[in-house]
Design a protein around this ligand. Structure first.
Ligand code: SF4
Length: 351
C-alpha cells in the first residue's frame, strides 16, 4: 500500500549529518567511486568493502584503467568478493563508457540504466549521490526501514512492492539533498534499524514517526517469505602437487563460477582409494595422498559439501592436461596472479 514518507526527511537528514560513517567513497563521491563501491556493497558489508575498494581503485583509478585492465588482473582484484560476473559487467560498462561517453560516466538516470550490470538500485545510487539527481534507491535496508515506519505487511520480495516503494520515495525526494536522503535511509538500516528483530529504536531519529514501534509490530516486519532450500552438491576437491607446483583447472564459460580457475575436483565425495583410481585414469602417477578434511561453501542457490585430498604426483600427462584446461602454478603465482574463488579457500590455505 502506498505511503507518504515526507515527514521523516528532516529528521533523517539531520541524523545523517552527525552519524554518517566516514567512508572513502562518501568523502569523495565522484561517480567512479560511487559506482565501484555500490557494486561491491551489493554482496559485502561496508567494513569488509573498505579494503577491497582501496585496493581496486588504487590499481584501477578511473574508467579508462578499468576498461583496459587485463581479465586475469581484474579477477584477482575482485578475489574474495565473489559474484565475479559483477566485475566482468563493471568492465563491460567501462568499455561502453569509453566508447560512447568519452570516458565520462553519464549523469543521467536512463543512460546509467543502459550500462551493463547497472539496475535501478545502482543507477539510483550513482545518479543521486554523485550527480544530485532526485531518484530513490530501494535495497534491503531501505525496504526494512520503510516497511517498519509504515507498519506495512507487504511481502518485500515482490517486484510490485519494490516498485511501489520506489514511486512513493520518488514522490517525496528532497531535490536539494537526494543523495544524502538515500544514504540516510540505507545508513539507518545498516546501523540502527537492524534486521532479525534487533533494531536499536532508542537511537532512532524517526522513532516518534514509526508505526511499527507504536504498534509493537517490529518483530514481525519486514515480511519476507522463506527462501527455497538450497540444492546440496557433494564434491571432492584435489590439491594435486607436482614438482612444487599445483594443478589449476579453468571452469566452463557457463554456470556457477564460470570461466574461473579452480582446484580440480569430482562431482561426488570420493574415498581415498576411489580418488587414487580416478587420478590414475587421468594419467597421474601418485606417490602420496593425504586427506584434508571436509568443508562447506554456500552459494545463493547451492551448497557445496566437500572433501579434500592433497595428492603428490610423480608423473602427469601434460598433453591431456592442456586439452582439459589444466595448468600448473606455483604458490607465488596462485597468490599473485590467479584468482581462485572463496569456495576453495579451505584447501588453498593448505598450500
Ligand atoms: Fe526501525 Fe525502530 Fe526506528 Fe522504527 S523506531 S524505524 S523499527 S529503528
Amino acid at each position: 500500500m502506498s505511503y507518504n514518507y515526507e515527514e521523516i526527511i528532516p529528521f533523517l537528514l539531520n541524523w545523517f549529518d552527525y552519524n554518517a560513517r566516514i567512508l572513502a567513497w562518501r568523502e569523495n563521491p565522484k561517480p567512479y567511486y560511487v559506482w565501484v563501491s555500490e557494486i561491491m556493497l551489493q554482496q559485502t558489508r561496508v567494513e569488509a568493502v573498505k579494503g577491497y575498494f582501496d585496493r581496486f581503485t588504487c590499481a584501477l583509478p578511473d574508467v579508462k584503467a578499468l576498461a583496459e585492465a587485463d581479465e586475469e588482473r581484474l579477477l584477482k582484484l575482485w578475489e574474495g568478493l565473489g559474484y565475479y560476473n559483477r566485475v566482468r559487467n563493471l568492465q563491460k560498462a567501462a568499455i561502453k563508457i569509453m566508447d560512447e561517453y568519452q570516458g565520462e560516466i553519464p549523469g543521467d538516470y536512463e543512460k546509467l540504466l543502459n550500462l551493463p550490470g547497472i539496475g535501478t538500485y545502482t543507477a539510483g545510487a550513482i545518479a543521486s549521490i554523485a550527480f544530485q539527481i532526485p531518484v530513490p534507491v530501494v535495497d534491503g535496508n531501505v525496504l526494512r526501514v520503510t516497511k517498519r515506519i509504515s507498519c506495512s505487511f507487504d511481502d518485500i520480495t515482490k517486484d510490485s512492492v519494490k516498485k511501489e516503494l520506489w514511486q512513493d520515495l520518488y514522490n517525496i525526494m528532497p531535490s536539494d539533498r537526494p543523495g544524502d536522503f538515500n544514504q540516510s535511509l540505507m545508513e539507518l538500516g545498516a546501523t540502527v534499524c537492524l534486521p532479525n528483530g534487533k533494531p536499536l529504536c532508542d537511537k532512532c531519529p524517526v522513532m516518534h514517526l514509526c508505526k511499527a514501534f507504536k504498534e509493537d509490530k517490529i518483530m514481525q516486519l519486514p515480511v519476507k517469505p522463506q527462501k527455497k532450500e538450497r540444492r546440496i552438491e557433494e564434491r571432492t576437491i584435489l590439491l594435486i602437487e607436482y614438482q612444487e607446483k599445483f594443478t589449476l583447472h579453468k571452469r566452463l564459460k557457463k554456470g556457477l563460477l564460470s570461466g574461473l580457475w579452480e582446484l580440480p575436483g569430482v562431482d561426488s565425495k570420493l574415498k581415498a582409494e576411489e580418488t587414487i583410481d580416478h587420478l590414475k585414469e587421468m594419467g597421474f602417477e601418485l606417490v602420496e595422498i593425504t586427506p584434508l578434511g571436509e568443508a562447506k561453501h554456500i552459494f545463493s542457490h547451492v551448497e557445496w559439501h566437500m572433501i579434500g585430498y592433497h595428492v603428490k604426483a610423480s608423473k602427469l600427462d601434460l598433453l591431456r592436461m592442456k586439452e582439459k584446461e589444466f595448468i600448473l602454478a606455483n604458490k607465488e603465482e596462485i597468490d599473485e596472479k590467479y584468482s581462485i574463488p572463496n569456495a576453495f579457500s579451505t584447501y588453498i590455505k593448505q598450500i
